[in-house]
Design a protein around this ligand. Structure first.
Ligand code: XIL
Length: 387
């Protein structure tokens, strides 16, 4: 099938090796010329049709988790109530994350009561269908329960309150989850701890930075088999932030505080960060010898807010971007250190990105009709090529 219609193809620059004055003898020059011609061609081609998607199962043949975040419980778009979402989750993915129902407010709504019903249903759904679960999240400054925010007590009381939360939840799910995001978003982009202010952390404010290691220690002793991750956003772009996380993880290792990996959320856009930055950021965690997990991948395609629908051209750009990001992961992170790749939602209609920026966008692998987008092919192609 012809997918591209060439409206105009005007090559600028060198048209032949001799015209370039290279003498034609150098392979490097020849390769460069071909790249340039290819670039020019791509710029000039008008893409008018969506390229076909032939992926039967994204996870097939991949030996690390290919995950997806799902709404569950009573959410309108809950996977428990949606056959479309169930079918795609089972067909293409090997792991689930709960998009919201395993957060602090959902699991621990009052100081003396825990609500495990929705999460147990989701964990059962996963295991009944041969999927593993990544737990999200034990300690975070956001989506805390209101009783936590108004909790009063000295540092020791706060430590006990937080440890009780972690211990009770990690014990409840012990043996049933492959991994946990133990602490989420404790650092700011400049590498300082998230402390006071609007985006402050009640955990840092009341316990200090030691809340992080205490949470990891409590999680490990409650569920010794779960992989434990520190998770954050902008780790693939901000050197200062990732360096702070790497320093913390190195310090944990030197003091035998358990930590198995770093979760890169990767809510990124079509043009930022660059693939070379993403690779060098992954490399820092690889060098530390712990796992790298992409925990919340989505790729915003309309950050300039110039589009009002997903055109074939945007879809093609997104396909390449998914291919490049997944290739960067596979070529940088050795097999033994791959915690997996999770996308933050199944269908574009469920993506949190739309509400966050209040503009149309299509960040995920399936469209509003639950049809596979070219992005799915891009991810599958990279998995097949580099796994
Ligand atoms: C988001 C969910 O997708 C939304 O439904 C919710 O309203 C807010 O949280 N980083 C995280 C995730 O670790 O828990 C967030 O999920 C997205 C950013």
């Amino acid at each position: 099938m012809i997918n591209y219609r060439i409206i105009a193809l005007v090559l600028s620059g060198c048209l032949s090796l001799t015209a370039c004055g290279s003498g034609g003898g150098h392979q490097v020059d020849k390769a460069k010329l071909q790249d340039k011609q290819e670039d020019n061609k791509n710029q000039q081609e008008e893409i008018t049709e969506f390229t076909p998607v032939t992926v039967t199962s994204l996870k097939e043949g991949v030996d690390f988790p290919i995950g997806v975040a799902v709404p569950a419980g009573n959410y309108g778009s809950s996977i428990m109530l949606s056959e479309d979402r169930q079918n795609l989750a089972i067909k293409h993915f090997s792991q689930l994350s709960a998009e919201n129902i395993m957060k602090m407010d959902a699991l621990h709504p009052a100081q003396d009561s825990f609500n495990f019903t929705d999460a147990d249903n989701l964990v059962n759904f996963a295991s009944n269908n041969g999927l593993s679960m990544h737990g999200h999240v034990l300690v975070w400054h956001s989506q805390t329960a209101s009783w936590m925010r108004s909790f009063s007590g000295d540092k020791q009381a706060w430590i006990e309150m937080m440890e009780n939360h972690v211990t009770t939840i990690a014990t409840h799910f012990a043996g049933r989850l492959k991994s946990w995001d133990v602490v989420n978003e404790a650092f700011l982009d400049d590498g300082n701890y998230r402390s006071t202010g609007e985006s402050g952390s009640i955990w840092y404010q009341n316990i200090g930075a030691e809340f992080i290691e205490r949470a990891f220690i409590a999680a490990r002793s409650a569920d010794p088999d779960a992989e434990l991750y520190y998770n954050d956003y902008n780790l693939s772009s901000s050197a200062a932030k990732l360096d702070a996380v790497v320093n913390m993880a190195a310090d944990f290792k030197s003091r035998n505080i358990p930590i198995d990996g770093v979760g890169f959320q990767m809510h990124i856009s079509d043009n930022y960060p660059s693939i070379s930055t993403i690779k060098s950021q992954f490399q820092k965690v690889v060098d530390l010898g712990i796992k790298v997990k992409i925990t919340e991948l989505d790729i915003r395609m309309n950050s300039a807010e110039t589009a009002d629908e997903l055109t074939p051209k945007i879809a093609e750009k997104q396909k390449k971007r998914y291919y490049d990001v997944v290739s960067a992961y596979l070529t940088t992170v050795p097999a033994s250190q791959r915690g997996g790749i999770t996308v933050w939602g199944i269908s574009d209609i469920d993506s949190w990105i739309i509400g966050l920026y209040d503009s149309p966008d299509w960040p995920l692998l399936f469209n509003a009709q639950f049809e596979a987008k070219p992005a799915l092919q891009g991810m599958a192609d990279a998995l097949a090529e580099f796994k």
